[in-house]
Design a protein around this ligand. Structure first.
Ligand SMILES: [Zn+2]
Ligand SMILES: [Zn+2]
Length: 280
C-alpha cells in the first residue's frame, strides 16, 4: 500500500469527539502515514498530538482551520506546519475563542427562550474543555429530544433563519492567511467546492493563499477533478482530508476516509521551510 495522509481531522480541542491522542491512535489503526490536526481556531491539541505521534509512530502535521467571513460568506482557511507556539497566532485565537464562547452562550439563551430545554453547562460538558461551538449545541438539542438526530438539530435550529442562529464573530480570510504565514504555516482554502467562490479564491491567491482543499467528503468526484485542475492551473497545493469529527450520531466518514498521497505532506513541509527561511 502506498503511504496516505488525512490532512483534516478535528479533536476535542475544538468540536471533535476524540482527544488528540485518540485521533493519532486511530490514524495508526487505519494505516495512515500522517494525520493533519486542523482544529477550529485553536492550536491547543497540537502539543498532545505531537507527543502521541512519537508513541504511535504516525506523523502529525501541525495545523489549524480558521473560520473567517467575507461579505457574509463563511470561508475556512487551513494552515499546515504552523508553529503552534507562535505568539501572534495564539493571541488572535484566544480572542476568537472568547468571542465563540459568548456566541454559544447567546445561542443557548435564544433556544431556551424558544422553548428548547437545553442547559449551557451541559453544552460545555459535551465540548469537553474544547472551543465550544454549534455541533456541541446540536448534540444537546438532540439529547433533549427536540430533534431526531444531531444533523437534524443543526439544520432545524442553528442555521441562518433558525431560532438559535447567531452570526459568528468576524475575521477576514486575508487576515487568517497572514496569521498562518506569520506562524510559518501554509495557508489553504478548506473544502473549495463547498465554498464555490472561485473568484474569491483567485483574490486570496494574491493575498498569499498557497493551496486548496481538493478532496473532502462533501465534494463530488467531478468537483474534486475540477479543483484538482484549478490547483494545477494556479500552482496551488492540492490538499485533502476526511474533516472527521467522530461525533456519535453524525453521518460523515471517519479518520482516513478521505486521504491524499504522502507526497503532499512533503510539499507542504518544503513550502513551510521556505516561508520560515524568508522571515529570518
Ligand atoms: Zn471547515
Ligand atoms: Zn473542518
Amino acid at each position: 500500500m502506498d503511504s496516505r495522509a488525512d490532512l483534516h481531522v478535528h479533536t476535542t480541542a475544538s468540536d471533535g469527539a476524540l482527544t488528540p491522542t485518540e485521533v493519532v491512535r486511530e490514524a495508526k489503526r487505519v494505516g495512515l502515514a500522517a494525520v493533519g490536526i486542523a482544529d477550529h481556531d485553536t492550536a491547543d491539541g497540537i502539543e498532545e498530538a505531537l507527543a502521541a505521534a512519537e508513541t504511535f509512530g504516525v506523523e502529525v502535521v501541525p495545523g489549524i482551520e480558521i473560520s473567517t467571513t467575507q461579505n457574509s460568506t463563511e470561508v475556512h482557511i487551513l494552515g499546515y506546519f504552523i508553529d503552534h507556539r507562535n505568539r501572534e497566532l495564539l493571541d488572535e485565537m484566544a480572542r476568537l475563542k472568547q468571542a465563540r464562547f459568548e456566541r454559544a452562550r447567546l445561542i443557548v439563551e435564544k433556544l431556551r427562550a424558544a422553548g428548547i430545554p437545553i442547559r449551557f453547562d451541559r453544552v460545555l460538558e459535551i465540548a469537553r474543555g474544547g472551543a465550544v461551538g454549534r455541533p456541541h449545541i446540536a448534540r444537546a438539542i438532540w439529547e433533549a429530544g427536540a430533534a431526531s438526530s444531531v444533523d437534524a438539530a443543526f439544520g432545524k435550529f442553528l442555521q441562518p433563519g433558525g431560532p438559535g442562529y447567531v452570526p459568528r464573530p468576524k475575521l477576514l480570510p486575508e487576515h487568517a492567511i497572514e496569521l498562518i504565514r506569520t506562524a510559518g504555516g501554509v495557508p489553504c482554502c478548506a473544502h473549495a467546492a463547498k465554498l464555490r467562490r472561485d473568484e474569491l479564491i483567485l483574490e486570496l491567491i494574491h493575498k498569499g493563499l498557497m493551496g486548496i482543499e481538493v478532496y473532502h467528503p462533501d465534494h463530488t468526484a467531478a468537483a474534486s477533478r475540477f479543483y484538482k485542475r484549478f490547483a494545477e492551473k494556479h500552482s496551488l497545493v492540492a490538499v485533502g482530508g476526511s474533516d472527521a469529527h467522530c461525533i456519535p450520531g453524525t453521518t460523515n466518514g471517519g479518520i482516513g476516509s478521505v486521504t491524499v498521497e504522502y507526497g503532499v505532506v512533503e510539499q507542504l513541509r518544503s513550502l513551510s521551510d521556505d516561508l520560515r527561511r524568508a522571515r529570518q
